[in-house]
Design a protein around this ligand. Sequence first.
Ligand code: ATP
Length: 452
Amino acid sequence: MPDMLTLWTDIKALFEENNSKTAYATWIETAKPIALNGNKLTLELPSPLHRDYWTHQHLDQQLVEYAYQAAHEDIQPVLILEGERQQQATLKAKTATPGEKVTTEPTPTFMKETALNSRYTFDTFVIGKGNQMAHAAALVVSEEPGVMYNPLFFYGGVGLGKTHLMHAIGNKMLEDRPDTKVKYVTSEAFTNDFINAIQTRTQEQFRQEYRNVDLLLVDDIQFFANKEGTQEEFFHTFNALYDDGKQIVLTSDRLPNEIPKLQDRLVSRFAWGLSVDITPPDLETRIAILRNKADADQIDIPDDTLSYIAGQIDSNVRELEGALARVQAYSQLMHQPITTDLAAEALKSLNLANASDAVTIPVIQDRVANYFNVSLKDLKGKKRKKAIVMPRQIAMYLSRELTEASLPRIGNEFGGKDHTTVIHAYDKITEILKTDAQLQKDIDSLKDELRR
Ligand SMILES: Nc1ncnc2c1ncn2[C@@H]1O[C@H](COP(=O)(O)OP(=O)(O)OP(=O)(O)O)[C@@H](O)[C@H]1O
């Protein structure tokens, strides 16, 4: 990403080329670049009339094209007026530590709404084998925050209810004690707030906002990987809250010690409390989740149709909910009640769409085995010979890169290996790829072959 002024100069040149002199002078030269924050370029315009013109005449869309032309970046313009400037934090294109990027819009004050989703409660959470323990721990924490399990750490694949449980704790605490201070952030939002605080010299305010809460919920902390400055700050936030007996709840797609470059002192602190994993729901739980959702959304759907859908989608709950929504939309579109036949029809196009362009794990295994001349049995087996281990790790890497499969599922397809083995393989290949030209070639040609 070029710096803001270079980018703006390049964009302006393209506007100049493609507009009359007067138009350019009136609309473009009067715009002032204020901040480049992640991919958001904030422009200050002199009057509401200017802003109307920009949007009605699609100058903002032109800007997106020109930015792409000039810098190959997907820039999103944010148009503000002169008076609004004070409310926006003035940002310099500076980062906290190398490699850390601001990815969302700056927030001059850090304490946003608690932003808890009111739908994510204990009442709407269906308990099954894979999440039973996580649910129980969440309930305990919501009733006695800061006492039993601190921090509480949920880990597991995508869309399995980690965020839901986390919000449920917050919602319950607020219900029981409305004056409780709850803060929910994703690890990325934490990072952004922190960088913003440095840039606007409001670190003290940042600390106050984060350390003055009764419950801090930080989602997806795997994105703290490699972010040293943020980790340092989070370490202090954690200590301050912990020492005060305040509850901390964290989620991640993997265990702390599997997060690359997560400081040891954080890893060990996260282990002070309780870590619980959430695994994919079994069929009964999936049916119960669908029944709950259908009732909540007042969707009229027979039990056998729910079982059918639950049988089709076994990876994660988000996809399960997506399938139900799809069936409902299809029934509305066709003006027909929901039946199993209709559900099959609605999901068929989904499966077809997937089948035609998606690569599957067995196909990847087959091609990789061929490519490296090892047997499929060995590829999925346990032999530790280098000539087999490497292709196996490459196949796992490609499965993660090219399919939507969850880590546990990939592990499962490789002879029932643990998801941590898949993470290890993925990280290892990623690391070697940085320096090994031959491996890069191998992976590229495998990818080409698989996409054909
Ligand atoms: N046991 C459950 N009962 C009811 N709904 C569930 C359950 N598990 C997950 N869901 C729903 O599935 C969707 C995805 O869950 P959620 O966002 O909590 O997943 P996640 O584990 O945090 O995933 P990610 O890692 O992608 O953030 C949400 O709409 C959530 O309400």
